[in-house]
Design a protein around this ligand. Structure first.
Ligand code: SF4
Length: 339
């Protein structure tokens, strides 16, 4: 357990958690919406500190990060808990479909050691929502040296003050922009999605490397208009060099009766992003598709070839540019690669 970084004490031993935009006001002894933050005598505490329920070594491409230190492995951890209630959650049993906190004891020091021992170049806070286990993440970041990078895979639903702190501490973030306002309200129990966009702007200003995922669910967030709107926001606010991953939905949880996303729908989404002027557009969960590779925006040559989650070839020059024409490719974390 660890005292939270962002909360206010209120009268009668109540406290307000300021970690995510829900800003839960909790009575003494009460637990917040995420299930892992508790008010103890007027102070908010993180119950899952040092207790990951999941830890494994993954290729960075699995997060997905295609433009940050491509080809490296990342040590990935999650604790239980989430601040959203997505009906299509892929990790339901550890995000909010549980009754008792579980996990193994793993101090921030041990997380860093495990990352080093497994040859991982970085640590990813992922699978559930890192915002809600923030103190564990940031204490782990503090223990990492210059040889190890830190990444969030997040829903972006965090307060501005948390976005600022996260932005000062991590190297990269992938945020899932799930849909329009109605989609967030109906399927995720988020009735104001503006904090996600505010957080993205703050993270961008702080210099964090950003990639965007858009999970496309047939009949729910696959209209051309809605996709175009989100892509245009990304272009205007984060830049056309921001990688976008359109990810295929597979039936899950409360949406197990919805069919998987047709490949043509994802291709249409990619076409919209291409026409909007985005430079690095991918489709996810369709192994073998030609859009899992990175193409040079100048000469069109394949600069990174992938097969599924693995990089099979990198055609960079010594500076991380296109080997064919020298065009600069938007790649973060080059120092962690063997160029
Ligand atoms: S992090 Fe948890 S306790 Fe804090 S405001 Fe969000 S849901 Fe509530």
């Amino acid at each position: 357990m660890k005292k939270a970084f962002f909360y206010e004490e209120l009268e009668d031993k109540k406290a307000r958690c300021n970690t995510c935009p829900r800003r839960c006001i909790l009575e003494d002894g009460e637990i917040g919406f995420c299930g892992i933050r508790k008010n103890l005598r007027g102070k908010i505490n993180l119950l899952t500190y040092g207790l990951p329920v999941s830890s494994s070594v993954d290729p960075i491409e699995k997060k997905p990060f295609f433009h940050f230190a491509p080809g490296t492995d990342v040590y990935s951890i999650a604790t239980m808990g989430c601040n959203l209630r997505c009906k299509f959650c892929q990790n339901y049993s550890i995000s909010y479909g549980w009754s008792e906190i579980e996990g193994i004891n793993l101090s921030p020091e041990k997380v860093v050691k495990n990352a080093e021992d497994t040859g991982s170049k970085g640590i990813a806070y992922t699978y559930t929502e890192p915002t809600v286990f923030l103190e564990y993440c940031l204490d782990t970041v503090k223990k990492t040296g210059e040889k190890t990078f830190n990444l969030f895979v997040s829903n972006g639903y965090m307060t501005k003050e948390v976005a600022g702190r996260v932005g000062e501490n991590i190297d990269g973030i992938n945020i899932d922009l799930k849909g329009g306002k109605e989609f967030y309200g109906d399927l995720c129990d988020v009735h104001d999605d503006s904090p996600i966009y505010d957080a993205l702007k703050i993270l961008k200003r702080k210099g964090v490397f950003i990639e965007i995922t858009m999970l496309i669910i047939p009949g729910f967030n696959d209209s051309e208009e809605e996709i175009r709107e989100r892509v245009e926001w990304v272009k205007e606010n984060l830049g056309r060099e921001t990688p976008i991953h359109f990810s295929r939905f597979t039936p899950r949880h409360k949406m197990s009766d919805v069919p998987p996303t047709p490949v043509e729908t994802l291709e249409k989404a990619m076409d919209i992003a291409d026409k909007t002027g985005m430079l690095y557009v991918y489709c996810g969960n369709i192994p073998g598709h030609q859009r899992e590779h990175t193409y040079c925006p100048e000469c069109g040559k394949e600069v990174i070839k992938r097969r599924g989650m693995r990089v099979v070839e990198i055609n960079f020059n010594n500076y991380g540019g296109c080997n064919n024409c020298g065009c600069e490719i938007n790649i973060g974390g080059k120092d962690y690669m063997d160029l």
